[in-house]
Write a protein that binds this ligand. Structure first.
Ligand SMILES: Nc1ncnc2c1ncn2[C@@H]1O[C@H](COP(=O)(O)OP(=O)(O)O)[C@@H](O)[C@H]1O
Ligand SMILES: CC(=O)N[C@@H](CCC(=O)OP(=O)(O)O)C(=O)O
Length: 300
């Protein structure tokens, strides 16, 4: 690189930093809940980049709360143990033996891998699951499906799949209020009233936590650019009406449906806005929060 191109690059960086000022002011001391999915953490360099970005956010005055998934990693562990696993409407049917493994993987290995990565990047992460400090009280998920032949609504028994019934955010608020540098990292495992554990979809857990905290943003990191229309173009902004139309037309399907529903519900429950964005893009979090153009689909 010549001296000129180097100084041009330097000027560009400084301009970008300077343009970030209004965004840094907007998010100062604000809570941002980030759902970090299992696919996004599989790539080591992306995972390191994610940890650095979270630490940078904290240094910039933001209060990031991480809620992680781990679907692919649970799948690998179950395969190694010869336990078969199936999904109904995007949720893993979870019997008692599967639940034990789900909890080991989510609250154990994955949670601690993320905690270590953030700490290695210079942060001070604290790993929690929904059982810690009564964070996520869950109850058995009640899902139904219409039988196509008889048109009768059937109840699906998903075992220990749970839905958040009550989130007590005291521990997260306490960590944030002490002016410490703690970064909470939450595994989506809820506790039941009988002492049982529940496997909660990580998007759902992140949405419930964001709602309880009245977060400024719920960022759902996934493995596509954002919500795409029927021509596969990125939709920059989406509201309830558009989402309903796109679901009815079939342009939005599969795992994207519960993700959008979570994003919309969070907004209805007091989260300022939700964003679905690409966790495969380096620095997706920083681009979303600190640039004019953002990164994915804003849902408000
Ligand atoms: N309109 C759409 N826009 C983007 N993705 C969509 C759309 N419709 C369906 N999808 C699917 O939804 C997936 C994201 O949901 P999911 O696999 O549950 O994500 P994650 O594992 O990150 O939680 C995408 O990889 C894509 O295959
Ligand atoms: C009930 C249910 O399906 N739970 C999920 C929890 C993990 C998760 O949601 O992880 P991702 O975000 O990486 O997909 C599961 O068992 O896979």
């Amino acid at each position: 690189m010549t001296h000129d191109t180097l100084s041009e690059a330097g000027a560009l960086t400084v301009n970008t930093l300077s343009e970030a000022l209004p965004f840094i002011q907007r998010y100062d001391k604000k809570t941002i809940v980030i759902k970090y999915g299992g696919h996004a953490m599989a790539d080591i360099s992306l995972a390191k980049g994610f940890a650095r970005d979270v630490v940078l956010l904290k240094h910039m005055g933001v209060n990031p709360v991480i809620v992680h998934g781990g679907g692919p990693q649970i799948g690998d562990a179950l395969k190694r143990l010869n336990v078969t696993s199936k999904f109904e409407d995007g949720l893993r049917v979870t019997d008692a033996a599967t639940m034990e493994i789900v909890e080991m993987v989510l609250s154990g290995s994955i949670n601690k891998t993320i905690v270590r990565a953030i700490n290695m990047a210079g942060g001070n992460a604290v790993g929690l699951s929904g059982a810690d400090s009564n964070l996520i009280l869950a109850e058995k998920a009640t899902k139904t499906r219409k039988d196509p032949d008889s048109n009768i609504e059937k109840i699906l028994d998903l075992g220990f799949v749970g839905e958040p019934k009550h989130v007590d955010p005291t521990i997260l608020e306490t960590l944030a209020s002490q002016n410490t540098d703690f970064i909470p990292v939450v595994a989506p495992v809820g506790f039941g009233l009988e002492g049982e554990s529940y496997n909660i979809n990580a998007d759902t857990a992140a949405g419930a936590i964001a709602s309880a905290l009245k977060a400024e943003r719920l960022l759902l990191l996934t493995d596509v650019k954002g919500v795409l229309d029927s021509d596969k173009n990125l939709i920059r902004e989406l509201d309830q009406e558009m989402a309903t139309q796109l679901i009815l037309s079939g342009a939005i399907s599969g795992g994207m449906i519960p993700k959008i529903e979570t994003a919309l519900t969070a907004v209805k429950n007091g989260v300022k806005a939700s964003v679905i964005l690409d966790g495969r893009t380096p620095h997706a979090l920083l681009t979303e929060l600190f640039t004019d153009h953002g990164a994915g689909t804003l849902i408000s």
